[in-house]
Each structure stands twice: as C-alpha cells, then as structure tokens.
Design a protein around this ligand. Structure first.
Ligand code: ADP
Length: 497
C-alpha cells in the first residue's frame, strides 16, 4: 500500500492556489460591499434622525426674533443664542444662514479647521432634500471642507420679505471623527470576522468540492496504477458515468488493446517455440538415417554387395532430398512469417498455370496410380495475383492431395468463375481429415502430439495459409474421413478489356 497518493502534489497545489485566490477575492469584495453600505447606512440614519432640525430652528428661533434686523443685517444676537443652545447639545453641528442664491450670510460653527470656508453652497441638493421632505438620503456641500460632501438638514424660510435657507451640517467634524473611530474599530472586527468566517467556510467547501471533483480522477489514477503494477484485468467500472468519460473509456480501450497485443505476442512466441521444437525433431530423423547409412557404408564397404551399396546410396539421397525440402520449406515459411514477402500482383492465366502444374505432377500421380486432371480445361480464366506465390500454394495443395490419396484414387483441380472471382478447388478421393484435426491443419506443426503427424514437416498448409493472407483471401477445407478432401480458395478475376 505504499505510494498511495492518487493526485499529483502539483495538481493539489494548483487547486489550492485557485481556491485561496477565490477566498481572498470573496473576502475583499465582502469587506468592500459591507464597508460601503455600512457607511451609507450610518449617514442615512443620522440624516433621517436630524431631518427636522433645520425646520425646528426656524420654528423655535425665528417665531419671536427675526433672523434679520431692520437695517437688513443679520440678527447676530439671535444666532449667538443659538450657539449657546448648540454648545449644550452637540458641538459638532454647523448652522448656516443662506440666501436664495445659496450664499452663506452667517454661520454658527464651534469647531473650526484650517480650511478656507466656502462662500456659498450648491442649492441643488438642498432643494432636492426639501422636496423629498427629508426622507431621501442626499449629501450636500460641506462649507468647512470644500472638497467633501456631508449629510445635512435644511429648511426654507420667508420672514419680513427675507427669503433663504437654514442649512445645517449635522455630522460635523466631531461626528465624523467619532463615527470614523467607532466605525474603524467595528469595521476591523467585522473584516477580520468576515474574512475568518469566509475562509473557514470556503476551506470547508473547498476541501469537499476538491474531493468530489477529483473523485473520478482518483479512481482512474488508482486503476491505472493497479494496471501498471500488473493487474491486467482491471478496468474503470461504468466509464460512461464518470465525469471524465473520455479518459475513462480511452483507458479501458487502451488496456484492452494492450492485453490483446500481449496475447498475440505470447501466441506468436509460443508458435515459434513449438515450430523450433518440431523442426529440430523433424530434421533429426533424416539426419540420423543419413548418419546410420553412411557409417554402415564406411564400416562394411568391403562386405556389402553392389546392389546393397546402391540401395544405401539411394536411401541417403532420398533423405538428403527430404532434408533440403524441409529446410526450403522452413526458409520459405519464416520469410512469410516475418512478413518479408510482398506479393507482386499481376494478371495471369490461372488455367495455364494449372495445366503446367498438372503436367509437372502427372508423373508422380502415375507412380501412385492416381488420376490427376483439370476440370473444364477449355476455359481460360485470368486472375490478378502473385503468380509465384499462387503456384507455390497450388503445388503444396496438389502435393498433399497426391500424398494423402490411396492408389486408384483421383485428384481434380477445378476452376469456376463466380462473379468477380475465380474459385480454385483441389479435390481428392483420399482418406480425408478427421473432423477434430481440421481446425489445426493450417498450423499443424504446433501440434504437440507427434504421433498424429504422418509425414512431412506440417509446414505445407501453413505456407498456403500465409499466401492466402497476403492475397486477402481465405482457404477452406471440406473433408469427410474416408471420402476425400477439398481445399477451396478464391482469387480476384482479371477482366480482359
Ligand atoms: P505435411 O508436410 O505434414 O503434409 P501440411 O501442412 O501440408 O504438412 O499438411 C498438414 C496436415 O494436413 C497433413 O499432415 C495431413 O494430416 C493433413 N492434410 C493435408 N492435406 C490433406 C489431404 N489432401 N488429405 C488428407 N489430409 C491432408
């Protein structure tokens, strides 16, 4: 169970980096949104609470005393009084007396700063505010801080032909300071809390989602590792249900073809081993015979009659022929097996080739008292194939037919046109092939049981089979024991224009 990691540290690292980035991004946006909304919320509340302050000032203070004296100047005493009230309640408030154009006529400010105060303020937010009855959250000019906007309360007045506004900055410097301080500490707590909570939940969700997302990946990695460690039967179960279906299916297919190829290599390897074993066995017999006769000739050369010597020499000769035949077959088969032979296809007359072969084997057939003939010899059929290889295949088949047919039997070679193909049939009236042996005759050399081997190396039909493969055709055997055998294959007909 060593090295059980299913995901590479690199992948996990990448996923985590992506996740931390996401968490930080989420935390930052959370803080930003909360901060922004909280600030607005605070200001809106302060503004709403102080909505009627300006109105009250007008109602309370201007009822008995006019804000302007008879000479048109500002009633400073009245505003001085107002200042005393403010000092007792809230030093942060700033009160401004505005004319109709928004010019500041008088101001009551307890907390000053170093800025040059504004001479007039914009009336637009003031009118908007008055129109909404103090219900809308609107920021107006802050005369003490020319570049800033602040919450305010405002109300219009019209007394003794004087018109204007009372404009009150409700969250003056002090309020801003307090609010900043308080907000700062709450905000820090909120931010830390929010980030920690976000990180905690995100981390939880992260671990879970990485686990879920990579579940299939881990399964595939595990399966691949087991396969690599030698469990060739292992496959990804239900690959079509996997999140990464393509990978799962491809792995299964790849594993199948690897196993298939390994089986093929194994079987070819086995065939080779059996071939070598059988070949050495088959070569040993004629060699032993040769050795025996040559030794006898050497030892008994004086006591043997001329006739005996002749006979021995004939046997030696026959065995040398057999040996060279075996070696030729072996050479030919190994060349075909190693796929070193490429068929050179050309049109030729299969009828003529058949005539030639019949003529070649006639003597052998007559020696065995067999009738060898070509069916419908008048028809001239042309095929498109490698003439040398087809001749070799036919030769092996005719040779076998003669070899395995008893005297007075018959061997027939027939050619029949079937559509775009010519069917070639070599039929004999021999012993036939036992049903059980029929599936193996094309690779008979691999049979372990040597007793079933009659004569020859068993390479003749294997060579025929290879030649058929090279022509993309197949050969079939129809045989009934004691009745005879037929070997049938087809070649593409060549149409004369
Ligand atoms: P061999 O050198 O043994 O003849 P082949 O590959 O040519 O090898 O044939 C394989 C085996 O198939 C033969 O040993 C024989 O048992 C069987 N066989 C082939 N042709 C015939 C046939 N025409 N009639 C009966 N048996 C046949």
């Amino acid at each position: 169970m060593k090295n059980e990691k299913t995901l590479t540290p690199k992948l996990v690292k990448k996923l985590w980096i992506a996740f931390i980035f996401l968490i930080v991004l989420m935390g930052a946006s959370y803080i930003f949104i909360t901060g922004y909304l909280t600030l607005n919320y605070n200001e809106a509340i302060t503004q709403r609470i102080n909505a009627n302050v300006a109105e009250h000032v007008i109602q309370e203070k201007f009822q008995n005393d006019a804000p302007f004296l008879e000479d048109g100047s500002v009633n400073k005493a009245l505003f001085g009084d107002l200042m005393h009230d403010m000092m007792a309640v809230n030093r942060g408030i700033e009160i401004y007396l505005l004319n109709n154009a928004g010019d500041i006529l008088y101001s009551v400010v307890l907390e000053h700063n170093d800025n040059e105060p504004m001479k007039s303020v914009s009336l637009e937010p003031i009118n908007k505010y008055i129109a909404s009855n103090g219900q809308e959250f609107i920021l107006g000019d802050d005369p003490l801080n020319p570049n800033e906007q602040n919450i305010f309360s405002a109300a219009p007045f019209s007394i003794d032909g004087h018109e204007g506004y009372i404009y009150i900055i409700v969250a003056g410097k002090q309020l801003a300071l307090i609010s900043d301080n308080l907000f700062g500490s709450y905000f820090t707590k909120l931010s830390i809390g929010a980030i920690l909570l976000t990180m905690l939940f995100s981390a939880l969700i992260g671990v879970l989602s990485i686990w879920f997302l990579t579940k299939n990946l881990r399964l595939i990695t595990q399966t691949v590792r087991k396969f690599q460690e030698g469990d060739l039967d292992i496959r990804i179960e239900n690959p079509e249900e996997s999140d990464i279906e393509v990978v799962a299916l491809s792995f299964n297919k790849m594993a199948d073809s690897i196993v298939e190829n390994m089986e093929k290599i194994k079987s070819v390897d086995n065939l080779r081993r059996e071939l070598i074993a059988n070949v050495s066995h088959d070569l040993r017999t004629p060699l032993a015979i040769l050795k025996g006769y040559i030794e006898t000739l050497q030892i008994k050369k004086d006591s043997l009659t001329e006739h005996q010597k002749d006979e021995y020499l004939q046997i030696t000769h026959a065995n040398i022929d057999k040996l060279s035949d075996l070696i030729n077959q072996l050479f030919e088969y190994s060349k075909l097996e190693a796929e070193q032979v490429t068929p050179i296809k050309e049109p030729f007359s299969i009828t003529e080739l058949s005539h030639d072969l019949i003529a070649k084997f006639r003597l052998l057939a007559e020696q065995k008292q067999l009738h060898l003939e070509l069916d419908n010899p008048e028809e001239n059929y042309m095929v498109y194939a490698d003439i040398g290889l087809v001749e070799r295949a036919l030769q092996n088949l005719i040779e076998n037919a003669i070899k395995y047919t008893e005297p007075h039997g018959k061997v027939t070679l027939s050619l029949v046109k079937m559509g775009k193909q010519i069917e070639i049939n070599i039929t004999d009236t021999g012993n036939g092939i036992p049903i059980n042996d029929q599936p193996f005759i094309f690779d008979r050399y691999k049979q372990v049981d040597k007793t079933t081997k009659k004569q020859g190396l068993g390479l003749g039909l294997a060579i025929v089979k290879k030649i058929m493969d090279l022509h993309d055709t197949t050969i079939v055997v129809l045989s009934k024991p004691y009745e005879g055998s037929s070997f049938i294959f087809k070649l593409p007909a060549y149409q004369l224009q």
